[in-house]
Design a protein around this ligand. Structure first.
Ligand SMILES: *Cc1c(COP(=O)(O)O)cnc(C)c1O
Length: 383
């Protein structure tokens, strides 16, 4: 292996998560797998095929470039939905390839209609309505015009969905705001149906809403973090276990990050280790270097704080995290040697280092830590 570390993606862990999700969902609710942010760092290329193997057939992305990546590796039967950015000039490409996309303003809706007429193929749209997140979504003022346009052009438009997104379902602090959003969504839903049109699916929930507010599941849920084996927040997990009695962990993290010991050496009492004077050897020490640094996504903020697993033990990062390497204290490990496996995220023997513990220390959340794992670290599928 030329690379200094490797990320493993576990197929069986993903299968277990998909099974849990399907059992948890209300009857008949469709599961769309959210693979934006390069499948939360797992990479679209590696993740999409194993998700399909686990039974997933609907993928949600943020933008057209991500949709294109999914399309390259997915099965012909899987659906792709763009929830965010697509330029007007690319709408004909999306329509041609039967890629579904959100419309949240008149400009995109009108452009989609023009493109659909031009290539004589239906645009598959999801009407995103404003319910209180105040990010994207049709405001009331434009909504009437949009509905009229959809109604009058049903030979050019497939009304795939009506949708919204909650502004923080992962925290009880936003409880009232979420309830108001849900109420508003239902009011708009009734108004649209009064006009005599109806989307194929209503959808609003991501991972947190799916767990905490089951009513929001509607016809489809868009799940990201949960399928990769993480709870959106600790609060969401506590909500789950308080509802289902004794604590249990139905999710499995599918990603592990591993490297190898580059070298081992001794340091005398009273010497500083690494750049500057942040770490002083208080006794005779044995240290090892790992060829992972901040350029590989191991935050410099974890200097003198981070932990890794080696030799079946949890050991500390000492001194500053360098660009390409970091140093660990292996004084207490009797037989650590060059080439030994080092786990940065994942399991070794009985011990586990989760992204969560890694993120808390560096003040990043799961979402951010995962998506910032560099693309040039090779991903390998394991069972
Ligand atoms: C990212 C995203 C999701 C998925 O969020 P998770 O918390 O990872 O499940 C769902 N819907 C929209 C619109 C999103 O942007």
């Amino acid at each position: 292996m030329l690379e200094t570390s490797q990320i493993e993606i576990s197929k069986s862990a993903l299968k277990q998560n998909v099974k849990f999700i399907n059992e948890y969902l209300n009857d008949g609710v469709k599961f769309s797998s959210v693979v934006k942010g390069n499948a939360y760092g797992h990479t679209i290329e590696k993740f999409v095929p194993i998700a399909e193997e686990a039974g997933v057939d609907h993928f949600s992305v943020f933008s057209a470039d991500e949709a294109n990546l999914v399309k390259k590796v997915c099965d012909d039967c899987s659906d792709i939905m763009i929830m965010g950015n697509i330029d007007n000039e690319d709408l004909h490409w999306a329509i041609e390839n039967e890629i579904e996309f959100y419309v949240f303003e008149m400009d995109r809706l009108e452009s989609a209609l023009i493109a659909a007429k031009k290539i004589n193929k239906k645009a598959k749209i999801h009407l995103e309505v404003e319910t209180g997140m105040n990010r994207t979504g049709f405001d009331n003022s434009d909504l009437k015009t949009a509905i009229k346009l959809i109604k009058e052009n049903q030979e050019h438009i497939t009304f795939e969905g009506m949708c919204t997104h909650y502004a923080g379902a992962e925290s009880i602090a936003n409880y009232l705001r979420i309830q108001n959003q849900l109420k508003k969504f239902n009011r708009i839903r009734i108004a649209i149906e009064k006009e005599g049109i109806r989307p194929k699916r209503y959808h609003s929930a991501g991972s947190a809403a799916t767990i905490t507010y089951p009513k929001t599941q509607m016809d489809m849920v868009r799940l990201g973090i949960l399928q990769y084996g993480y709870w959106p927040t600790r609060e969401t997990y506590i909500h789950y276990i308080s509802k289902y009695g004794e604590p249990r962990q139905p999710l499995k993290r599918i990603l592990s990050w591993k490297s190898k010991v580059m070298n081992v050496k001794k340091v005398k009492t009273g010497e500083f280790i690494g750049y500057g004077t942040t770490y002083l050897a208080q006794h005779e020490m044995k240290i090892a270097n790992i060829p992972i640094g901040y350029s590989h996504g191991f935050s410099r903020g974890l200097s003198n704080i981070g932990r890794v697993l080696v030799n079946g033990q949890r050991v500390s990062v000492i001194g500053m995290v360098n660009m390409n390497l970091m140093t660990i204290d292996v004084t207490g490990c009797s037989n650590v040697k060059k080439g030994d496996e080092v786990v940065i995220i994942g399991k070794q023997g009985e011990l586990e280092l989760s992204v969560a513990s890694f993120s808390e220390l560096s003040a990043q959340v799961n979402y951010e830590t995962l998506t910032r794992l560099p693309v040039n670290i090779p991903r390998k599928i394991v069972d």
